[in-house]
Design a binder for this molecule. Structure first.
Ligand code: SF4
Length: 296
């Protein structure tokens, strides 16, 4: 486990050692796990390979979730991207959306995914990183290293706030994932650690207050589509930070605020499936469709 309690500490350590955040984290992890840096890197590379596989699996035309509530979104989005030369958002972004949908779909079908940081938000980081790897042809080594940066931000969020929808709402799952991805994207694009922190702060700010309301208690509706929003927020936040736009509120304060907002959310909006979209008439009907009529 890393020792950083604040992103500020992480930035200070990176500056003091004149390292990228990922290099700092890899060295720290290796030391704490009593492994070589090569071994720790190889483990992370395996995780990235799983991300790539889950994209492939989830993009199949016949992909269906175990509950039968969802399926095929990754395929439909990729087909739309090809058919419309990128639709409104452009080829790169629609392909990234397809990957986020695919990984979330793979999860809903009980396929193997990397929880980044949770299963519900597992499409966001791969949606961003696999797209840079496959479509922008970024070197695999750089992509794998950027996951260490994402992880460092995630660890600090977990320590200062939380990563579970049941505790902090969807802002904690998809918000954290978008923040982690935004930081990784900035590093991959050659931005500074401070810009990575700003990107994470902006991403979190854009998801603040997001409730957790999974229909039938399953990580499908609205979770799968929220992964696409997370990808869009990660890219736009990274671009803002790279353009030199600062987050007026420092990232650690954004994280603390996320914690406070999460605690203020009523229990019905924290993964209990008792409120939000889960409690709509259609949400209740879908629950019955999966589990049968409620017993009174
Ligand atoms: S709505 Fe809840 S279960 Fe779904 S991704 Fe968000 S936090 Fe996770």
């Amino acid at each position: 486990m890393l020792l950083y309690q604040a992103i500020e500490e992480l930035l200070a350590a990176a500056a003091a050692q004149n390292k990228k955040i990922s290099e700092l984290v890899l060295a720290d992890q290796a030391q704490q796990m009593e492994k070589t840096e090569q071994e720790v890197y190889a483990q992370m590379e395996q995780s990235f390979d799983v991300m790539c596989d889950s994209v492939l699996q989830g993009q199949g035309p016949n992909q269906r979730s175990t509950s039968g509530l969802t399926g095929g979104e990754g395929f439909k989005m990729m087909f739309y991207s090809e058919r419309t030369a990128g639709g409104l958002s452009g080829v790169f972004m629609t392909r990234a959306m397809s990957r986020a949908l695919a990984v979330s779909g793979c999860n809903a079908a009980m396929g193997k995914i990397v929880a980044t940081p949770t299963a519900g938000s597992c499409g966001i980081l791969p949606g961003c990183l696999v797209s840079l790897y496959e479509d922008k042809k970024m070197p695999k080594k750089d992509i794998v290293m950027s996951i260490f940066t994402a992880a460092a931000f995630g660890i600090v969020i977990a320590q200062r706030a939380c990563l579970a929808g049941a505790q902090g709402g969807c802002q904690a799952e998809c918000g954290s994932a978008a923040g982690m991805a935004a930081a990784a994207l900035v590093e991959l694009q050659g931005g500074t650690p401070q810009q990575a922190a700003d990107a994470c702060a902006i991403a979190i700010a854009n998801q603040l207050g997001l409730v957790c309301d999974p229909v039938a208690g399953l990580v499908e509706i609205p979770c799968i589509k929220r992964n696409v929003s997370g990808v869009m927020i990660a890219f736009s936040s990274a671009d803002m930070a790279l353009a030199g736009i600062r987050s007026e509120i420092p990232v650690d304060e954004c994280i603390d605020s996320m914690d406070e907002v999460g605690s203020a959310l009523p229990a019905s909006l924290r993964e209990t499936a008792l409120g939000g979209l889960a409690a709509t008439p259609t949400g209740m009907k879908l629950k019955e469709q999966v589990f049968g009529p409620a017993q009174h």
